[in-house]
Write a protein that binds this ligand. Structure first.
Ligand SMILES: C[S@@+](CC[C@H](N)C(=O)[O-])C[C@H]1O[C@@H](n2cnc3c(N)ncnc32)[C@H](O)[C@@H]1O
Length: 521
């Protein structure tokens, strides 16, 4: 690795800013001289290291909710490992109607052939005597598993500085050797690159290492269905209750903001899973793709902080809940907290698997099917169980949204009970989000938007004589508060995301409702 250079004179630097540990100086004098410029740019974090976590980020000053912590451009961008054929310039699914005239990989058109993103595999595929031929569209195609690894390996010759940043990342190669995933990569990436693409410049170990780096450090980017590896953002450690949120802009830079106040000296974290998943699912994901066991307070608590997000209902007594024992990290049996009836771990796993399958078949289902799922599971799963909460979130968004976005018309068609249901489902999931995904997060923004929609429709339905009542004022106040939060949070999303459109709608509605509320003052 090359030595850092002084931010003032460019000569080799041996000292770094004590706040961010990023900007380097050759002397104290140059550091003092640079402070005026550096102060506004100095990152609110520093890079630290521990035996347990490896490198991690710590707040170098108090960071306020919503504050930008870092914006990072991708070192490598590519299709996800498991994907249908996509354009290698823009990640849109392709049907084979256009292929790169130089290498044969399908693209969506000549414009995408010029995109630099496509350059590595285009160059590397040219040793083949004939062009690449992709035949299976509309289904997962294993040929694409090699693309993102090859884009990583391309940096080795073409961009040594990026290669150095990439290869400092954790690959957990030792833990991966002899696992199923290692064997799959051997066939679909190592052998495929050599035998089909005729790429011979990289060793099997180098290829396996970058595949580990992608899995451990990559961020799935919603929307374009891509994966990005980021040099700074990869340093965020995992927490089951994270204190940041992340979004991606239209250039697919990652933007990390504080979700809650992060006091100076605290670790800065993200969730490598979904904070609304139950403990067993989070643990499984962390073990099989991030290679560590989380032992945080939430993971150790069978009640998941009193929410019973993973608990089952007891079939032997009226009010008992069944929890993993002695701990969710080492479950030997599931026990009722009231009558001590027990269930085998395997039985619980099988039951959850079957219930999960029913849930998946509902995903694009109707409100009626979702209500039936809740009804069918209310005697088997705790009220807040993650499966139920997942369905409740979807339902809070579905009620009153016949045609995609909220049209007042769709909300107007809801019965009084359905309207109440939309409001109460939003509140229930918000209460869980406050615990597991606290602060200014996308989930909160979305739920606040749904809640205001229900309150607003309730206000609209008030008879004329009650339109100036304290009840009307309370409803409007709640709408305005919800819209303020929803628009602040969701405006941070990429303009390409649906959430951003909701934010614009929320902003527009906020103006109207604030004017209405002002009449009460
Ligand atoms: C994306 S990397 C984070 C940066 C990494 N620590 C480094 O030094 O490059 C993910 C790896 O960091 C470690 N890690 C992150 N969060 C952790 C946590 N909460 N507990 C234990 N290890 C963690 C694990 O080794 C994990 O595979």
């Amino acid at each position: 690795m090359t030595a850092p250079s002084c931010a003032v004179c460019g000569s080799p630097a041996s000292q770094r800013c004590a706040k961010c540990h990023l900007t380097a100086y050759c002397s104290k004098d140059h550091q003092r001289q640079h402070w005026k410029t550096h102060r506004s740019l100095c990152s609110p974090y520093r890079v630290c290291q521990s035996e347990e976590l490896g490198r991690y980020l710590e707040a170098s000053r108090d960071i306020l909710p919503g504050e930008l912590i870092l914006k990072d451009s991708p070192l490598v961008l590519g299709p996800r490992q498991v994907t249908v054929p996509v354009c290698l310039g823009c990640f849109t699914p392709v049907n084979g109607s256009y292929s790169c005239t130089l290498c044969g990989w399908p693209l969506c058109g000549p414009e995408c052939q010029k995109v630099v993103l496509h350059y590595p595999e285009c160059q590397l595929s040219r040793n083949r005597p004939v062009k690449v031929q992709v035949q299976k569209f509309m289904q997962v195609n294993q040929m694409y598993e090699c693309i993102t690894p090859l884009r990583c390996l391309w940096l080795k010759e073409q961009d040594p500085a990026k290669w150095s940043t990439l290869t400092q990342m954790e690959s957990h190669l030792q833990e991966r050797v002899n696992t199923d995933v290692y064997e799959v990569i051997q066939a679909n990436v190592v052998d495929f690159s050599k035998q089909y693409l005729k790429v011979t410049s990289y060793t099997p170990e180098e290829i396996q290492t970058v595949c580990g780096i992608i899995e451990v450090n990559g961020f799935e980017i919603p929307g374009p269905n891509a994966i990005g590896v980021y040099g700074k953002a990869c340093l965020l450690e995992h927490a089951c209750i994270p204190n940041t949120t992340r979004t991606f802009d239209s250039q697919l830079n990652i933007i990390v903001r504080a979700a809650v106040k992060i006091p100076k000296g605290s670790h800065i974290s993200t969730s490598y899973t979904d904070p609304m998943w139950g403990t067993a699912n989070r643990q499984l994901h962390l073990k099989t793709s991030k290679y560590f066991k989380c032992t945080c307070g939430r993971c150790q608590d069978p009640t998941e902080l009193g929410t019973h997000l993973s608990s089952l209902r007891c079939g032997q007594c009226p009010s008992g809940l069944v929890l993993p024992s002695p701990s969710p990290l080492t479950p030997e049996v599931w026990l009722c907290n009231s009558c001590s009836a027990s269930l085998d771990v395997e039985r619980v796993e099988e039951f959850l698997k079957q219930t999960g399958e029913k849930l998946v078949s509902l995903k694009e289902g109707s409100l009626a099917a979702s209500e039936s799922f809740l009804k069918a599971t209310c005697s088997k799963l705790s009220e807040n169980h993650y499966y139920r909460s997942d369905v409740k979130l979807a339902m809070a968004q579905m009620y009153g949204r016949g045609g995609g976005e909220h049209h007042q018309g769709d909300l107007q068609e809801l019965s009084k009970d359905q309207l109440e249901r939309k409001g109460s489902l939003s509140r229930e999931v918000l209460a869980l989000a406050d615990i597991f995904s606290p602060g200014e997060t996308r989930l909160r923004g979305l739920l606040k938007y749904e809640l205001q929609a229900a309150c607003r429709e309730k206000y609209r339905r008030l008879p004329k004589k009650l339109k100036s009542s304290p009840q009307a004022k309370a409803l409007l106040q709640e709408c305005v508060e919800c819209l303020q939060e929803a628009s602040t949070i969701l405006l941070r999303e990429s303009p390409l995301q649906d959430e951003y459109q909701l934010a614009l709608q929320a902003e527009a509605d906020l103006g109207d409702l604030t004017a209405l509320l002002a009449k009460f003052r």
